[in-house]
Design a protein around this ligand. Structure first.
Ligand SMILES: Cc1ncc(COP(=O)(O)O)c(C=O)c1O
Length: 432
């Protein structure tokens, strides 16, 4: 057990009050410390790789607001662009040139995307893409993978990842059975299971949606040939392949996991990084499919704030920064140093652990592994992770408060930050 030296009086006061005002005291369940020790830290400000809480403690942040902060928090160039945009107003509810600019950037970057529709969150993007998959194919059933998270829409809340996994709520009340009757689940990295589902449901499956690199069951990489296999199986079945790149888009590579692995899906969902810290989601893909979306076609989907000028501005500036030479090499180098270092520390201190990293996304599990799917991830020692998480907080390191979440680095993380993190991990693991 790690001794508590962190002064969090103000955080605790605010969180106690918050619990009377909002369910569980938070506006998104993953922020609650339900599966780790202690109560959530309440934050006051962010800058670069750091966050400061309301008691004045500073932490090195490896959540990066769950992915968007890839250029570092409150990046000065993003802030300057936002301040200029703010002067022109916060919302138009009408076409705006900035939408064209960001759309062109996304289309140029992401191999599968010939047309794009902006929405306000990853959840919205995934909801809409499933409607589109069904509209285009005329089929209702969809295959997803256990432990993958595609937002909180009813159809996806079956054996989902992220907060659903952390809180152990595989099937949420309030989701009618009829809504999920068409959602088929397969274990991640299991092509045979996918083939079997197609064989059992001939001509009924609209497609397969997945996180091409999983972040919501902890970090799980696709096995060699898995993405290629899905591409082949879906093509043969006349079904669509959809990469949910809400987390991996512009993070695994500028063109997302599809660029990194050279497998082009039919449709892609995005979010997080493309909003540069403001609420944005997007879905896009082949022109003939996207032409189904209203008002070009009959599939309805709309949004009051979609294409919001501030969100477009933050997204455009963030992507411009990411286009600079050496960006992804730096992200990969710093993240590899962190991920390899963590495993090394675990080994030196006698803890079974496995994990990995691709570009600026990483994770590790307290289990010998290997972890290929959600069932493997569940063998990890979550109680030990809970103590580790608290210990790292005490040392000024802010990790995602769940074993079933990936971690994120940014361009603002330095070698010194990583070295401090590994030194902290050594101290904490030695005491576990
Ligand atoms: C892969 C993936 N899809 C969808 C979502 C939902 O996005 P949002 O939280 O913006 O609704 C997330 C959120 O973490 C995600 O990681």
């Amino acid at each position: 057990m790690v001794t508590t030296t962190l002064k969090t009086t103000r955080s605790e006061e605010i969180f106690a009050a918050a619990q009377k005002l909002m369910p569980g005291g938070v506006n998104s369940p993953v922020r609650a410390f339900k599966s780790v020790e202690g109560s959530p830290i309440v934050f006051d400000r962010v800058k670069g790789a750091y966050i400061w809480d309301v008691d004045g403690n500073q932490y090195i942040d490896y959540i990066g607001t769950w992915g968007p902060a890839i250029c570092g928090h409150a990046n000065p160039e993003v802030l300057a662009a936002l301040k200029a945009a703010l002067e022109k107003g916060t919302s138009f509810g009408a076409p705006c040139y900035l939408e064209n600019v960001l759309a062109e950037m996304v289309i140029d970057a992401v191999p599968s995307v010939e047309m794009v529709r902006f929405v306000n969150s990853g959840t919205e993007a995934c909801m809409a893409v499933l409607r589109l998959m069904r509209a285009f194919t005329g089929r209702d059933k969809v295959i997803k993978f256990e432990g993958c998270y595609h937002g909180h829409a009813d159809m996806f809340l079956v054996k989902a990842g992220s907060g659903v996994a952390t809180l152990g709520l595989p099937d949420s009340p309030g989701v009618p059975k009829s809504t999920t009757a068409n959602t088929l689940n397969a274990p991640y990295n299991d092509l045979e299971a996918v083939k079997q589902l197609f064989a059992e449901n001939p001509g009924e499956i609209c497609g397969v949606i997945l996180e091409p690199v999983v972040g919501n069951a902890g970090f799980i990489a696709p096995d060699a040939g898995f993405l290629e296999g899905l591409r082949l199986i879906t093509q043969e079945a006349g079904a669509l392949l959809v990469f949910d790149e809400v987390m991996t888009g512009f993070r695994i590579a500028y063109g997302g996991a599809q660029a990194k692995f050279g497998v082009t899906p039919d449709l892609t969902t995005m979010g997080k990084v493309i909003g540069g810290g403001l609420p944005v989601g997007a879905y896009g893909g082949r022109r003939e499919i996207m032409q189904m979306v209203a008002p070009a076609g009959p599939m309805y989907q709309a949004g009051t704030l979609s294409g919001n000028p501030l969100a477009m501005t933050a997204g455009i500036k963030t992507l411009e920064l990411l286009q600079r030479p050496g960006t992804y090499e730096q992200l990969d180098r710093i993240t590899k140093k962190l991920a390899d270092g963590m495993l090394q520390v675990a080994q030196e201190t006698g803890h079974a652990a496995c994990g990995g990293q691709i570009s600026a996304m990483f994770g590790f599990f307290f289990t010998a592994g290997p972890v290929h799917n959600y069932d493997d991830a569940k063998t990890a020692d979550t109680a030990k992770f809970g103590r580790f998480h608290r210990g790292m907080l005490e040392q000024g390191i802010y990790l995602a408060p769940s074993q079933f979440e990936a971690g994120f680095t940014s361009l603002a993380h330095t070698d010194e930050d990583v070295e401090r993190t590994l030194a902290a991990a050594r101290t904490v693991m030695a005491g576990l």
